[in-house]
Design a protein around this ligand. Structure first.
Ligand SMILES: [Ca+2]
Ligand SMILES: [Ca+2]
Length: 231
C-alpha cells in the first residue's frame, strides 16, 4: 500500500498528516520488512513533504501483515522493532515538529489474542464475557457469527472469524481499553489516535457511544476516523 496524505484537524489547526504502513515503508536491517528504525531514518523526507503529523497504521503485535488484529496491545509488532525503537521514533518525530498518531483497534482483537483463546477454551474464564457468544442452530451460525472450533457455539466477529468483536456491554472491556490508551499516551508518548472501525461500535451498541465518551474526555484530543472512509 502506498502511504496516503490526508488532512486532519487537530486542535482546530489544519495539519497535514502522512499515513504510513510501516511494513512497506523503509527497511533498516535488510530483512525485507519495513521497520521503525527505517521510519526514523526517513523523518527528514517526511518533514520535507510538508507533513507535521504521521498516522501509523497498527504497530501493536499481530499475526497478520496489516496488524488490524492485535494480540498484545502493549507491545510493538516484533517485525517492526521494540517498544524502545518506537519511543526513539516518537522522540525524533517531535524533534522534527511532527506529531504521531497511531491506529487504535478498539472494535475487536485477534482470535489469537490470549483473552479470546482463554474465553474460547473455558466458558468460566473471566474473559468469556469480553466477547459475544450464542448457541449454534443445528450446527450453523448466523451472519457475522463464527463457529467455535471447541464447542457447538458461535462468536460474533463483524469483519471475519479472525477478528472477534469485543463486548462493550461489559464495563471491564472499556476499562481495559482506557488503560491501553493511557499506555500509548503516557508511556509511548503518542499525540493521539485514529480509532479504527469506531462507527461500528457506535451504531451497534448505542450505549457504547456514551461509554466511549470518557475515553475522549480523559485524554488529549484524538482523531476519530473510520478506516473505510480514508483508505
Ligand atoms: Ca526490517
Ligand atoms: Ca507479527
Amino acid at each position: 500500500m502506498h502511504p496516503l496524505i490526508l488532512v486532519a484537524l487537530l486542535q482546530a489547526h489544519p495539519t497535514v498528516c502522512y499515513e504510513v504502513f510501516v511494513r512497506s515503508f523503509y527497511d533498516s536491517n535488510g530483512d525485507g520488512i519495513g521497520d521503525l528504525r527505517g521510519l526514523t531514518q526517513k523523518l527528514d523526507y517526511i518533514a520535507g513533504l510538508g507533513a507535521d503529523c504521521v498516522w501509523l497504521m497498527p504497530v501493536a503485535e499481530s499475526p497478520s501483515y496489516h496488524g488490524y488484529d492485535v494480540t498484545d496491545y502493549y507491545k510493538i509488532e516484533p517485525d517492526y522493532g521494540t517498544n524502545e525503537d518506537f519511543k526513539t521514533f516518537v522522540t525524533a518525530a517531535h524533534q522534527h515538529h511532527i506529531r504521531v498518531l497511531v491506529d487504535l483497534v478498539l472494535n475487536h482483537t485477534s482470535s489469537e489474542h490470549p483473552w479470546f483463546r482463554e474465553a474460547l477454551k473455558d466458558s468460566t474464564s473471566p474473559h468469556r464475557s469480553w466477547y459475544r457468544w450464542a448457541p449454534a442452530q443445528n450446527g450453523v451460525c448466523a451472519n457475522n457469527w463464527h463457529k467455535s472450533p471447541i464447542r457447538d457455539e458461535c462468536y460474533f466477529g463483524l469483519f471475519w472469524s479472525g477478528m472477534p468483536d469485543l463486548n462493550y456491554e461489559n464495563p471491564a472491556v472499556l476499562e481495559e481499553m482506557k488503560r491501553v490508551a493511557r499506555f500509548w499516551l503516557d508511556s509511548m508518548h503518542v499525540d493521539g489516535f485514529r480509532l479504527d472501525a469506531v462507527r461500528h461500535l457506535y451504531s451497534r451498541h448505542p450505549s457504547s457511544a456514551a461509554r466511549l465518551r470518557p475515553l475522549r474526555a480523559q485524554h488529549r484530543p484524538a482523531v476519530v476516523h473510520d478506516r473505510g472512509s480514508v483508505g
